[in-house]
Design a protein around this ligand. Structure first.
Ligand code: 3HC
Ligand code: NAI
Length: 699
């Protein structure tokens, strides 16, 4: 059963019990309707309480059910809420922990609501590309006022129950319980106190108006329209709330319903729903059971206090986990600590961090120059120079001093984690933790699983990643892991496009219009063009047959490494990040073309987007087939959280699925005909070819 029915004297209690968050799937909806029927048929029952078991009142409609016939099957959520609303006996929603989406809409269908303090209350549907579809846009403005409700609906953000209870004139809560523990008792007492009150108060009967009417809605449309560019849902939320202020309740409901159904089938909504489930799926590793015993991680050591070491340390300090940093010299430690302080002080200045929190975090940080001081740490993360000899020396020391069972992690971005593990006598304890720069900001963490990494180490680091608020994705060992291996092909296509007639600006603009946070050339300038140069130099000896445009090398030969040198593909004014096109760079590209006898052609934005994105997709299909990534959705997560891929496109694999893999393969076959491109690369990866032929998709 996904909801239980019990009678306590003259009060019936319906308890949602559908772990993990009491999602309102078909069986739960049916169980609520059954409970309501029983309660209304029992003359001894005077009032009905609805509450939730476990860690939520309800997280809302069952997202996994969307798109399946079950989602529409009766009793649907609107019908169930109608049963509550029309009950002849008072219904009291007793909410706690989480009341979101359909869960909050269910509570709004009750005649009374009592909330535990600390309940996260939200209508987060907009984050899934939707709007609340079971009366939320019609009922919430009636209990909170139009502005407060619209803010919640358009942002999707959660607000704590005690904050909402303080809003003047709010009718969302009739009572705030003293504590979560006393909620059940207080709800029963409240139910008895209102059992005989008639008429029953119904949210639908409350007035809903905004004093400025049209002017207010014009204002919010302007504001929200400017911010929500590629996302259709936020503006639609406004349409529905406006209907609540101008139409009768049932007509407003019809407006909401129609918009909800139309949004559900937009590619943006499908992508955002995919993203929600993909993010949660990423933490699951197929052969590592969820109940794998984990190692306790209560303290961390970080080796190297440079760019990455400092950012990595901050993640743990922010989570309240003590960190000891080791460096070769005191000056390096001092520099590292000063950078950490500067970062925190900037947050304090922007009022994003309180002074006492800052001091508390810094008090968790200690430093050392001696490996012998690291023996107490449960996990060590190495972030020293990217040279195998340096890593060897460091890991031999770590093997000597770290206690048995400690996890030994490397933040290497290009080196072989298995080789690093082989420098120790405990390769099972070694794992790659590839943070992205700036490590204290970027959400993505690639967890690199070595051939011998123990399962409990994998389970433990996935939990640690959650604690430090990273989205972790598992990658096998290969050159570049998932993200950088794919980006190399993306960059290579960018180079060919310049050879054939595009400018860096045109390529960047096309990709930014597609939705990327940054085009490839602006991204190169940000990361440092010298990094790609070093990789290419390695490739020229490792893979002499691999074709590259030489324009990026010419750029680096001029010392134009990017933002850090004030000049790259673009120019940068001191301290600024705005990319200013540079005529010399364009001329450099033109001269290179001429030297190769290439006659430039006009390249469409569509071709630019397809070549760059499909280059990611083809490499990703190899990665998937080789088992480097466990699932296609993991690759989507890597690109959205680490490389600025637009969430509303759901990641490169989801995008390819939406385009249709048959069409993707057709395009690749066309690109292979281009003599200036790399025909070898465009041979569709076997997995891609197979899925396309079978009419299947990646996800
Ligand atoms: N439906 C189905 N499953 C859900 C769910 C939902 N609404 N919300 C969460 N889950 C599942 C997750 O998929 C995950 O499953 P897993 O264990 O199998 O991976 C599990 O619950 C735990 O989720 P989290 O890891 O996110 O747990 P947290 O404790 O960190 O957060 C939460 C809990 C705050 C409820 C968070 O999961 C959340 O924000 N959920 C989404 C809520 C939402 O968007 N609700 C609106 C749904 S649409 C709707 O209601 C339409 C209606 O208007 C008609
Ligand atoms: P960095 O040069 O800024 O910092 C390295 C630090 O390590 C220096 O402070 C140095 O003094 C210290 N160090 C060197 N040898 C040491 C030793 N034997 N013992 C103790 N400390 C030592 O380098 P950065 O950028 O922080 O990179 C560190 C690691 O992180 C590298 O493996 C790099 O590939 C990886 N990485 C870097 C990213 C970036 O964007 N910078 C992104 C992801 C990973």
């Amino acid at each position: 059963m996904t909801a239980h029915y019990q009678v306590h004297g003259d009060v019936a209690v319906i308890t949602l019990d559908n772990p993990p968050v009491n999602g309102l799937g078909l069986s739960t909806r049916q169980a609520i309707a059954d409970g309501m029927a029983k309660a209304n048929a029992d003359a001894a029952v005077k009032a009905i309480v609805i509450t939730g078991a476990g860690k939520a009142f309800s997280g809302g409609a069952d997202i996994k059910e969307f798109g399946s016939p079950k989602a529409l099957q009766e009793p649907n959520l609107i019908s169930v809420i109608g049963v509550l609303d029309n009950s002849t006996k008072p219904v009291i929603g007793a909410i706690h922990t989480v009341a979101m989406g359909g869960g909050l809409e269910l509570a709004l269908g009750c005649h009374y609501r009592i909330a535990a303090p600390g309940t996260s209350v939200a209508l987060p549907e907009v984050k899934l590309g939707l709007l609340p579809g079971a009366g939320g846009t019609q009922r919430l403005p009636r209990v909170l006022g139009v502005e407060a409700a619209l803010n919640m609906i358009v942002s999707g953000e959660a607000i704590q129950s005690e904050m909402l209870a303080m809003l003047p004139g709010q009718k969302l809560f009739d009572k705030l319980a003293k504590s979560a523990e006393s909620l059940a008792e207080e709800a029963l007492a409240f139910a008895r106190s209102v059992a005989d009150v008639r008429p029953l108060p119904r949210v639908r009967d409350l007035k809903c108006k905004h004093p400025q009417g049209d002017a207010y809605f014009a204002f919010v449309r302007n504001m929200v329209g400017a911010m929500s560019k590629n996302y259709p849902a936020p503006l639609k939320c406004i349409d529905a709330v406006e209907a609540a202020t101008k139409k009768k309740f049932d007509d407003g409901m019809a407006v909401e319903r129609e918009i909800f159904i139309n949004l559900m089938w937009t590619p943006e909504c499908k992508s955002l729903r995919h993203l929600f489930l993909a993010e949660r799926a990423a933490s699951k590793i197929p052969d590592v059971p969820a109940d794998t015993a984990q190692r306790a991680i209560n303290s961390i050591a970080v080796i190297g206090a440079g760019t990455m070491g400092g950012g990595i340390a901050m993640n743990f300090l922010n989570a309240g986990i003590p960190v000891k940093m080791l460096e070769m010299k005191q000056e390096a430690l001092d520099r590292g600590i000063a950078t950490i302080r500067k970062n925190y002080e900037a947050q304090v200045a922007k009022k994003k961090l309180k002074q006492d929190k800052y001091e508390q975090r810094m008090s968790l940080l200690t430093t050392t120059l001696s490996y012998d001081d690291l023996t107490g740490a449960d996990m060590v993360i190495e972030a020293v120079f990217e040279e195998i000899g340096v890593k060897e020396a460091v890991f031999k020391e770590l093997d000597r001093v770290m206690k048995p069972g400690a996890i030994l992690a490397s933040n290497t971005s290009t080196l072989d984690v298995d080789k690093i593990a082989s420098f120790t006598k405990r390769p099972e304890d070694v794992v790659g933790l590839h943070f992205f720069s700036p490590a204290n900001v970027m959400k993505l963490l690639e967890v690199v699983r070595g051939a011998k990494t123990a399962k409990d180490v994998m389970a433990t680091v996935m939990t640690v990643a959650k604690k430090i608020r990273k989205t972790a994705v598992v990658s096998g060992v290969c050159d570049g892991f998932i993200g950088n291996r794919m980006i190399e092909q993306y960059g290579r296509q960018g180079g060919f496009l310049l050879d054939e007639g595009a400018t860096p600006e045109q390529v960047d603009k096309a990709m930014e219009k597609f939705g990327m946070a940054m085009g490839p050339f602006r991204m190169g300038d940000l990361a440092g063009n010298d990094i790609g140069w070093a990789i290419r130099k390695r490739r020229y000896t490792e893979k002499p047959d691999m074709k590259y445009s030489k324009t990026a090398d010419l750029l680096c030969e001029k010392g134009r490494f990017g933002q850090k040198t004030g000049a790259g593909w673009y120019d940068y004014l001191p301290g600024k990040r705005d990319a200013i096109p540079n005529a010399e760079v364009v001329k450099m590209i033109e001269d290179y073309r001429a030297s190769k006898g290439i006659v430039p052609r006009k390249i469409s934005d569509e071709e630019i987007v397809q070549r760059l994105v499909f280059a990611l997709v083809n490499e990703a299909a190899h990665i998937l087939e080789e088992g480097i990534a466990n699932k296609a959705s993991d690759i989507d997560i890597v690109y959205i959280f680490g490389y600025g891929f637009p969430p509303y496109r759901g990641g490169p694999m989801n995008y390819a699925d939406q385009v249709g893999l048959f069409n993707v393969v057709q395009a690749m076959n066309r690109f292979a005909q281009n003599p200036l491109d790399d025909a070898n690369f465009w041979k569709p990866a076997p997995l891609l070819a197979k899925l396309a032929a079978e009419g299947k998709s990646f996800n």
